[in-house]
Design a protein around this ligand. Structure first.
Ligand SMILES: CCCC[C@H](NC(=O)[C@H](Cc1ccccc1)NC(=O)N1CCOCC1)C(=O)N[C@@H](CC1CCCCC1)C(O)(O)C(F)(F)C(=O)NC
Length: 329
């Protein structure tokens, strides 16, 4: 058995990616953000305060004949960007890309932070990280993928995120036609709940890869490529107008700049992110100043290969073999 779901960028900056998910009987379809950086499936619901819920699609467990309250269970989560949510827990059937998990923990939000209230294009998240990262207490719950893995043809999923076009999340199979290059595999470290891995080196503008390894996470729920200052500086030294903008909290440059590419080595392959993918967006509508897709990870404490990096590749999240595969797109 397999599943295949389309995913679409939320806006012109590819800030996040939206995938439709069916929950309950009859199906209630919600637009959710698939996030390999966390391990909770949570949704805006009939239990979310009306003032916070407006503009969002809601899950109503009372309208689902297969919903069951997981009595005594609660959840609370805070994300890297300081957004947060919390609530109680139901189990229900959850179908993604045609594949159904009958008894999936669906975490219902009774509280959401302002960022979520304002982000009306999504009604929650599907955590695709490792189960160890789940935030339900007293008994942590499994992710949708973890519940599905044993029934899927292969215990893996792939992410094919694209710049300003429809991409896909495929479950249980690898569609190699989505990639140009060979898939290079490297061990994945799931001990923190993330999909951790080590890149073997990097280069700017098509130069030969150096051997400076970079340990980080493959994170579909983070917009940017966040790396150490020495790498960020080495890259922007090639961009004449680049400067740090305090108000934007990142490096900006003239939108007319011809940005160099950025490459990293992984599993014996080289993944090259084109200069175009490294220009995220004008800092505001119509501005000729643009915000960089590569920014510093210095004040985060972890390097994140987010959507800017993932857009350059077909990425295989292989739970069965505890490894990550990367292929140039
Ligand atoms: C500090 C480094 C991480 C920042 C990262 N957030 C982000 O990358 C958010 C995502 C977003 C896009 C549009 C609207 C709202 C939010 N984007 C963001 O901070 N920016 C600012 C810079 O310009 C680009 C957009 C994050 O917290 N990612 C979470 C998942 C997101 C949470 C907020 C809603 C969207 C999903 C994560 O799970 O991937 C995590 F691993 F970082 C994490 O916190 N795990 C526990």
């Amino acid at each position: 058995q397999t599943g295949s779901a389309n995913t679409n960028p939320s806006d012109s900056a590819d800030d996040e990616y939206i995938t439709s998910v069916s929950i309950g009987t009859p199906a209630q379809v919600l637009p959710l953000d698939f996030d390999t950086g966390s391990s909770d499936l949570w949704v805006f619901s009939s239990e979310t305060p009306k003032s916070s819920a407006s503009g969002h699609t809601l899950y109503s467990p009372s309208k689902s004949s297969t919903a069951k309250k997981l009595s005594g269970s609660t959840w609370s989560i805070e994300y890297g960007d300081k957004s947060s949510s919390s609530g109680d827990v139901y189990t229900d059937v959850v179908t993604i890309g045609g594949f159904s998990v009958k008894t999936q923990a669906v975490e219902s939000a009774t509280k959401v932070s302002t960022q979520f209230v304002q982000d009306t294009v999504i009604s929650g998240l599907v955590g695709l990280g490792f189960d160890v990262g789940n935030q339900v207490s007293p008994r942590p719950q499994k992710t949708w993928f973890s519940n599905a893995a044993n029934s899927l043809a292969e215990p893996l999923f792939t992410a094919d995120l694209r710049h300003q076009e429809t991409g896909s999340y495929n479950f249980g199979f690898i569609d190699t036609s989505l990639a140009k290059g060979t898939i290079g595999y490297t061990p994945a470290d799931g001990s923190e709940g993330y999909w951790g891995f080590t890149a073997t080196g990097y280069s700017v503008g098509g130069a030969k890869l150096n051997r400076n390894s970079i340990t980080g996470i493959a994170d579909t729920g983070t917009t940017l490529l966040l790396l150490p200052d020495n790498i960020v500086d080495a890259y922007y030294n090639n961009v004449e107008s680049a400067q740090y903008d305090d108000s934007q909290e990142g490096v900006v440059f003239d939108c007319s700049e011809d940005l160099p590419s950025f490459s990293f080595g992984v599993g014996g392959q080289t993944i090259t992110i084109s200069g175009d993918l490294l220009n995220l967006t004008p800092i505001e509508e119509g501005s000729s100043t643009c915000f960089g897709g590569l920014q510093s990870s210095a004040d985060i404490g972890i390097n994140i290969f987010g959507d800017v990096a993932l857009k350059a590749a077909l990425v295989v999240f292989d739970l069965g073999n505890e490894r990550l595969g990367w292929a140039q797109k």
